[in-house]
Design a protein around this ligand. Structure first.
Ligand code: SAM
Ligand code: SF4
Length: 337
């Protein structure tokens, strides 16, 4: 089949799939404590997720990242991972991976490795037990650390994702880098994004720019810029002293949109063509309308034909009341980050 090429000549090869909006944590920057979740019937079934992902793989998607909410709290999720193994075996899918908070990795690491997962991203913002409980509201650090141990023991490569939060984990910058280096893990910092109405303190207070973070790192280490690009918002350096790779994700800049190769599928079957735009396409309706994939594939092609050139995040654009206009109303747990 013809591959998916958008109007700006970008080939779409990477699909991120949110398999649930639920989570066993309530991170301050991601969900409100009293988050209301979608009724179960709104969610795509595991079979529907399989059909959708299979359609994308047939259209040239070679990398699938499973996310959420917390993907490993979705009931029966290992059935889905095992079903995707056939695409790895056929060679159509080059990589099957997930982003997780790590809480369930002790239970699932071996099964994930057996299904063909080689790498996992684990989100971890602090190595301090008390601060971990504060930022995740419901999480326990020990459980996540056990999960990371289990993942490494199962042979999975682990990358740590850390949201950079001013006044929260600034003081742990070197500690986190050293801890990851000692365990052979790469580390990526993410700028906090203006997502959803969380009823929390103004997240702009917590904004810690990657420029500043990078400058701080260079006080302690020699940084070498790496040319490699994932097609996403991450830029990488190598720390010469430890050899490890450090990534910086700056979703608020526009400097990655030209090479954007990805789209995001929500757990209800909406396809978001850009993380920073509200424009979406409903794939659930064509999926449910027929067991034949013709209409579904037409809907996917139609959606890709509308992939915007770039996104609109911008903290500096505010209305008269000072409210950010670049802010997205939807939650990261809906689109999967
Ligand atoms: N529950 C899984 C996890 O935490 O890894 C997967 C879903 S979570 C929405 C995906 C990523 O989005 C996590 O690394 C999380 O830290 C990040 N994230 C959530 N809200 C964010 C925000 N407002 N700004 C920046 N990153 C955010
Ligand atoms: Fe859950 Fe991940 Fe959101 Fe934290 S960032 S509340 S772990 S979905």
């Amino acid at each position: 089949m013809e591959p998916l090429i958008d109007p700006f000549a970008r080939a779409i090869s990477y699909l991120r799939v949110s398999v649930t909006d639920r989570c066993d944590f309530r991170c301050l920057y991601c969900m409100s404590e009293t988050m209301t979740f979608l009724p179960k019937k709104e969610l795509l079934t595991l079979e529907e997720l399989d059909r959708l992902c299979t359609a994308f793989v047939g259209l040239g998607v070679s990398k699938l990242r499973i996310t959420g909410g917390e993907p490993l709290v979705r009931k029966g999720i290992m059935t889905f991972f095992r079903a995707m193994t056939r695409h790895l075996e056929s060679g159509a899918l080059k990589e099957l991976t997930l982003t997780t908070n790590g809480s369930q990795l002790s239970r699932f690491a071996k099964d994930l490795a057996a299904a063909g997962v080689r790498r996992v991203n684990v989100s971890l913002d602090t190595l301090d037990e008390r601060k971990f409980a504060e930022i995740t509201r419901w999480g326990r650090l020990a459980q996540v650390l056990d999960g990371i141990d289990a993942a490494q023991a199962a042979g999975l490569r682990v990358k740590i994702n850390t949201v950079a939060l001013k006044g929260f984990n600034e003081d742990e910058l070197f500690k986190l880098a050293e801890w990851c280096a000692a365990r052979g893990m790469d580390l990526t910092f993410i700028e906090v994004m203006p997502m959803g109405d969380l009823g929390n303190e103004d997240r702009l207070d917590q904004y810690w720019s990657m420029k500043d973070l990078r400058a701080r790192l260079s006080e302690q280490y020699r940084l070498t810029d790496l040319a490699e690009s994932s097609g996403g918002p991450a830029r990488y350096v190598r720390l010469e002293e430890t050899g490890q790779k450090i990534g910086f994700i700056t979703p608020l800049t526009h400097n990655f949109c030209e090479s954007c190769n990805r789209v995001r599928l929500t757990c209800t079957g909406e396809l978001f063509m850009c993380l920073g735009q509200e424009d979406r396409a409903d794939l659930r309706a064509p999926l449910r309308a027929s067991s034949d994939d013709t209409a579904l594939i037409a809907a996917i092609r139609e959606a890709i034909a509308h992939k915007p050139k770039g996104h609109d995040f911008d903290y500096s654009r505010t209305d008269a009341a000072g409210r950010s206009l670049g802010q997205m109303s939807r939650h990261m747990s809906h689109t999967g980050g």
